[in-house]
Write a protein that binds this ligand. Structure first.
Ligand code: GRF
Length: 205
Protein backbone atom coordinates (compact mmCIF):
# COMPACT_ATOMS: atom_id res chain seq x y z
CA UNK A 1 0.00 0.00 0.00
CA UNK A 2 1.21 3.47 -0.88
CA UNK A 3 2.23 5.72 2.07
CA UNK A 4 -0.29 8.50 2.77
CA UNK A 5 0.47 11.77 0.96
CA UNK A 6 2.15 14.21 3.35
CA UNK A 7 0.24 17.50 3.45
CA UNK A 8 1.52 20.79 4.81
CA UNK A 9 -1.33 23.29 5.21
CA UNK A 10 -0.79 27.07 5.34
CA UNK A 11 -3.50 29.15 7.06
CA UNK A 12 -4.13 32.78 7.99
CA UNK A 13 -7.57 32.69 9.55
CA UNK A 14 -10.46 30.58 10.80
CA UNK A 15 -9.14 27.35 9.32
CA UNK A 16 -12.44 25.64 8.53
CA UNK A 17 -10.90 24.22 5.34
CA UNK A 18 -8.04 22.85 7.42
CA UNK A 19 -10.59 21.35 9.83
CA UNK A 20 -12.29 19.56 6.94
CA UNK A 21 -8.96 17.93 6.03
CA UNK A 22 -8.24 17.01 9.66
CA UNK A 23 -11.74 15.51 10.03
CA UNK A 24 -11.46 13.53 6.79
CA UNK A 25 -8.07 12.20 7.87
CA UNK A 26 -9.48 11.19 11.27
CA UNK A 27 -12.36 9.43 9.50
CA UNK A 28 -9.81 7.50 7.45
CA UNK A 29 -11.14 8.77 4.14
CA UNK A 30 -8.37 11.15 3.02
CA UNK A 31 -5.47 8.84 2.00
CA UNK A 32 -3.30 11.71 3.17
CA UNK A 33 -1.86 13.02 6.40
CA UNK A 34 -1.65 16.63 7.63
CA UNK A 35 1.95 16.60 8.87
CA UNK A 36 2.18 20.28 9.87
CA UNK A 37 0.34 23.60 9.73
CA UNK A 38 2.09 26.91 9.07
CA UNK A 39 0.76 30.43 9.46
CA UNK A 40 1.83 33.97 8.70
CA UNK A 41 0.41 35.27 11.98
CA UNK A 42 0.01 34.20 15.62
CA UNK A 43 -3.23 33.60 17.47
CA UNK A 44 -5.52 32.33 14.72
CA UNK A 45 -8.27 29.76 15.09
CA UNK A 46 -6.57 27.78 12.33
CA UNK A 47 -3.50 27.28 14.53
CA UNK A 48 -5.74 26.31 17.48
CA UNK A 49 -7.49 23.71 15.34
CA UNK A 50 -4.13 22.21 14.36
CA UNK A 51 -2.90 22.07 17.97
CA UNK A 52 -6.19 20.52 19.10
CA UNK A 53 -5.62 17.75 16.55
CA UNK A 54 -2.04 17.23 17.70
CA UNK A 55 -0.56 18.59 14.46
CA UNK A 56 2.75 20.51 14.78
CA UNK A 57 2.53 24.22 13.91
CA UNK A 58 4.87 27.06 13.06
CA UNK A 59 4.45 30.79 12.43
CA UNK A 60 6.52 32.78 9.94
CA UNK A 61 5.31 36.42 9.73
CA UNK A 62 6.38 38.59 6.79
CA UNK A 63 7.04 41.41 9.29
CA UNK A 64 9.84 39.37 10.91
CA UNK A 65 11.88 39.68 7.70
CA UNK A 66 13.64 42.51 5.88
CA UNK A 67 11.81 41.76 2.64
CA UNK A 68 9.56 39.27 0.87
CA UNK A 69 12.46 37.31 -0.61
CA UNK A 70 13.91 36.61 2.84
CA UNK A 71 10.47 35.63 4.11
CA UNK A 72 9.98 33.30 1.13
CA UNK A 73 13.29 31.54 1.90
CA UNK A 74 12.49 31.27 5.63
CA UNK A 75 9.01 29.91 4.92
CA UNK A 76 10.40 27.39 2.44
CA UNK A 77 12.93 26.25 5.06
CA UNK A 78 10.18 25.78 7.66
CA UNK A 79 8.01 23.89 5.19
CA UNK A 80 10.97 21.73 4.15
CA UNK A 81 11.50 20.56 7.74
CA UNK A 82 8.27 18.56 7.39
CA UNK A 83 9.09 17.01 3.99
CA UNK A 84 5.60 17.43 2.50
CA UNK A 85 4.47 15.90 -0.79
CA UNK A 86 1.91 18.66 -1.29
CA UNK A 87 1.45 22.15 0.18
CA UNK A 88 -2.11 23.46 0.57
CA UNK A 89 -2.99 27.12 1.06
CA UNK A 90 -6.26 27.07 3.01
CA UNK A 91 -7.30 30.68 3.48
CA UNK A 92 -3.62 31.74 3.44
CA UNK A 93 -3.65 35.44 2.62
CA UNK A 94 -0.08 35.94 1.39
CA UNK A 95 1.33 35.52 -2.10
CA UNK A 96 3.93 32.76 -2.12
CA UNK A 97 7.42 33.39 -3.48
CA UNK A 98 9.59 31.54 -6.02
CA UNK A 99 11.60 29.51 -3.49
CA UNK A 100 8.53 27.79 -2.11
CA UNK A 101 6.75 27.49 -5.46
CA UNK A 102 9.88 26.10 -7.11
CA UNK A 103 10.07 23.25 -4.63
CA UNK A 104 6.52 22.02 -4.06
CA UNK A 105 3.20 21.63 -5.82
CA UNK A 106 0.83 24.02 -4.05
CA UNK A 107 -2.95 23.53 -4.08
CA UNK A 108 -5.32 26.43 -3.35
CA UNK A 109 -9.06 26.88 -3.32
CA UNK A 110 -10.56 30.22 -4.26
CA UNK A 111 -14.13 31.31 -3.41
CA UNK A 112 -15.19 32.16 -6.99
CA UNK A 113 -15.25 30.53 -10.42
CA UNK A 114 -11.87 31.54 -11.83
CA UNK A 115 -10.82 33.25 -14.00
CA UNK A 116 -13.69 35.47 -12.81
CA UNK A 117 -13.18 37.40 -9.59
CA UNK A 118 -9.60 36.59 -8.54
CA UNK A 119 -7.96 38.28 -5.56
CA UNK A 120 -8.83 38.83 -1.94
CA UNK A 121 -12.50 39.77 -2.46
CA UNK A 122 -13.82 37.06 -4.78
CA UNK A 123 -17.15 36.72 -2.98
CA UNK A 124 -17.81 40.46 -2.69
CA UNK A 125 -16.80 41.09 -6.30
CA UNK A 126 -19.12 38.37 -7.68
CA UNK A 127 -22.04 39.76 -5.66
CA UNK A 128 -21.32 43.33 -6.75
CA UNK A 129 -21.09 42.30 -10.42
CA UNK A 130 -24.51 40.65 -10.25
CA UNK A 131 -23.65 37.19 -11.57
CA UNK A 132 -26.27 34.55 -10.74
CA UNK A 133 -23.84 31.71 -10.12
CA UNK A 134 -20.46 31.68 -8.47
CA UNK A 135 -18.68 28.93 -6.54
CA UNK A 136 -15.24 27.68 -5.70
CA UNK A 137 -12.20 26.71 -7.75
CA UNK A 138 -9.45 24.27 -6.79
CA UNK A 139 -6.26 25.15 -8.63
CA UNK A 140 -2.51 24.82 -8.51
CA UNK A 141 -0.65 27.94 -7.44
CA UNK A 142 1.69 29.73 -9.81
CA UNK A 143 3.42 33.11 -9.51
CA UNK A 144 0.24 35.07 -10.29
CA UNK A 145 -2.80 35.83 -8.15
CA UNK A 146 -5.27 32.94 -8.60
CA UNK A 147 -3.98 32.27 -12.12
CA UNK A 148 -2.67 28.69 -11.82
CA UNK A 149 -4.03 25.62 -13.67
CA UNK A 150 -7.56 24.67 -12.59
CA UNK A 151 -8.26 21.23 -11.14
CA UNK A 152 -11.97 21.41 -10.28
CA UNK A 153 -14.81 23.91 -9.91
CA UNK A 154 -18.12 23.67 -8.06
CA UNK A 155 -21.05 26.00 -8.55
CA UNK A 156 -23.11 27.90 -5.97
CA UNK A 157 -26.25 29.84 -6.98
CA UNK A 158 -26.58 33.40 -5.71
CA UNK A 159 -29.86 34.24 -3.95
CA UNK A 160 -31.52 37.67 -4.18
CA UNK A 161 -31.07 38.31 -0.47
CA UNK A 162 -27.48 37.08 -0.22
CA UNK A 163 -24.95 39.19 1.63
CA UNK A 164 -21.21 38.66 1.31
CA UNK A 165 -21.33 36.70 4.60
CA UNK A 166 -24.23 34.38 3.70
CA UNK A 167 -22.85 33.70 0.25
CA UNK A 168 -19.33 33.04 1.53
CA UNK A 169 -20.67 30.59 4.10
CA UNK A 170 -22.48 28.58 1.38
CA UNK A 171 -19.39 28.69 -0.84
CA UNK A 172 -17.19 27.52 2.03
CA UNK A 173 -19.45 24.50 2.64
CA UNK A 174 -18.94 23.50 -1.01
CA UNK A 175 -15.27 24.43 -0.89
CA UNK A 176 -14.57 22.17 2.12
CA UNK A 177 -16.10 19.14 0.38
CA UNK A 178 -14.31 19.90 -2.87
CA UNK A 179 -10.94 20.29 -1.14
CA UNK A 180 -11.30 16.93 0.60
CA UNK A 181 -12.38 15.27 -2.67
CA UNK A 182 -9.52 16.81 -4.67
CA UNK A 183 -6.88 15.92 -2.07
CA UNK A 184 -8.24 12.37 -1.88
CA UNK A 185 -8.10 12.05 -5.65
CA UNK A 186 -4.56 13.47 -5.80
CA UNK A 187 -3.43 11.21 -2.96
CA UNK A 188 -4.87 8.05 -4.46
CA UNK A 189 -4.34 8.63 -8.17
CA UNK A 190 -1.53 11.16 -8.48
CA UNK A 191 -1.63 14.14 -10.82
CA UNK A 192 -0.12 15.34 -14.07
CA UNK A 193 0.14 18.90 -15.35
CA UNK A 194 0.27 19.61 -19.10
CA UNK A 195 0.27 23.33 -19.68
CA UNK A 196 -2.95 24.61 -18.18
CA UNK A 197 -4.57 21.19 -17.98
CA UNK A 198 -4.35 19.12 -14.82
CA UNK A 199 -5.25 15.45 -14.82
CA UNK A 200 -5.92 14.03 -11.37
CA UNK A 201 -6.38 10.34 -10.66
CA UNK A 202 -5.71 7.39 -12.88
CA UNK A 203 -2.07 8.37 -13.15
CA UNK A 204 0.85 6.56 -11.60
CA UNK A 205 1.75 9.16 -8.99
C1 GRF B 1 -12.03 30.27 1.93
O1 GRF B 1 -13.21 30.70 1.30
C2 GRF B 1 -10.83 30.48 1.03
O2 GRF B 1 -11.07 30.19 -0.29
C3 GRF B 1 -10.63 31.96 1.21
O3 GRF B 1 -10.77 32.15 2.59
C4 GRF B 1 -11.65 31.15 3.10
C5 GRF B 1 -10.91 30.41 4.17
O4 GRF B 1 -11.76 29.94 5.15
N1 GRF B 1 -9.36 32.38 0.69
P1 GRF B 1 -11.22 29.21 6.46
O5 GRF B 1 -10.17 30.13 7.10
O6 GRF B 1 -10.62 27.90 6.05
O7 GRF B 1 -12.42 29.02 7.33
Amino acid sequence: MRAPLRLLVLVSGAGSLLQALIDAEAAGSLAAQVVAVGADREGTTGLERASAAGVPTFVEPVSAHADRATWDRALADRVGEHAPDLVITAGFMKILGPRLLGRWTVLNTHPALLPSFPGAHGVRDALAYGVRVTGSTAHLVDAGVDTGPIIEQRVVAIADDDTEATLHERIKAVEREMLVDVVTAMATGGWQVEGRRVRVGGAVG
